[in-house]
Design a protein around this ligand. Structure first.
Ligand SMILES: [Mg+2]
Length: 244
């Protein structure tokens, strides 16, 4: 496999923690001259962190709103995939949300986001959430639920759009058949639809019924949850073919 695309939370972590298995995974991917591209709903600032501390060249952050890369000089460069007007509209809507819905809990990293914002839905009552979602809907703001946040944005953002743009402009020589995608939540659905080779780690089971497009392979058992599932599956794939 030329590129391993993967969600981050719940897919490369376990119970919210980044463990030793993540480093084993990086080593495995590097030893096979493959590349890991993380596709996450986390903020652009997280993208800087990932590129600074791990052997990665590109990450796609904010649910596909921005591509962050390390160039040949080692500098971090960014490409926004939404317009400046959409970014300004989002700022205005977020301000109204803060003023009109004091029970809405914005994620602590919302200040470090550019193309989207995030809501800590686990800290809110369902009735307050429903009001907030109605407000977003009325203001033509899109939103989707990951396993940690409700992300919202203006314009067209999806993991699919981010990855599709990335493959066209950054790695045009790579076919989607030469890639694998790992995920665990509803915001990975556009990836399950797009890639022929997709894997859901075993903790995806709880939301599987909600997906119209499901991963091709669904791992089972506690030993295959999160990063353990990615590592076990990928090791098998990479070792079973000399072409990889
Ligand atoms: Mg996830």
């Amino acid at each position: 496999m030329k590129i391993i695309f993967s969600d981050f939370d719940g897919t490369l972590t376990n119970n919210g923690k980044l463990g030793a298995v993540f480093f084993d995974l990086l080593e495995l991917i590097e030893s096979r001259h493959s590349e890991l591209v993380i596709v996450s709903g986390r903020s652009i600032s997280w993208g800087h962190f990932l590129l600074t501390h791990f052997p990665l060249k590109h990450v796609i952050m904010e649910g596909g709103g921005v591509i962050v890369s390390k160039n040949v000089e080692g500098q971090i460069v960014e490409e926004n995939l939404v317009t400046e007007a959409d970014i300004i509209h989002l700022e205005q809507v977020t301000e109204q949300l803060r003023e009109n819905y004091p029970h809405c809990v914005l994620s602590a990293d919302s200040f470090g986001r550019r193309t989207d914002r995030a809501i800590e839905f686990s800290q809110m009552k369902e009735s307050d959430l429903a009001e907030v979602e109605l407000f977003l809907h009325k203001n033509k703001v899109n939103f989707s639920r990951s396993n940690v946040h409700i992300n919202f944005w203006v314009g067209e953002i999806s993991k699919y759009k981010g990855v599709h743009h990335f493959m066209q402009h950054y790695t045009p020589h790579v076919k989607k058949e030469e890639c694998l995608f790992y995920g665990d939540a509803a915001n990975d659905e556009s990836m399950f639809e797009f890639f022929p080779n997709t894997v859901g780690v075993s903790n995806i089971l709880s939301i599987l019924d909600k997906l119209e497009y499901k991963p091709k392979i669904i791992l089972e058992g506690k030993e295959n949850s999160g990063a353990y599932g990615v590592y076990n599956h990928l090791r098998e794939v990479l070792e079973s073919s000399e072409n990889f």
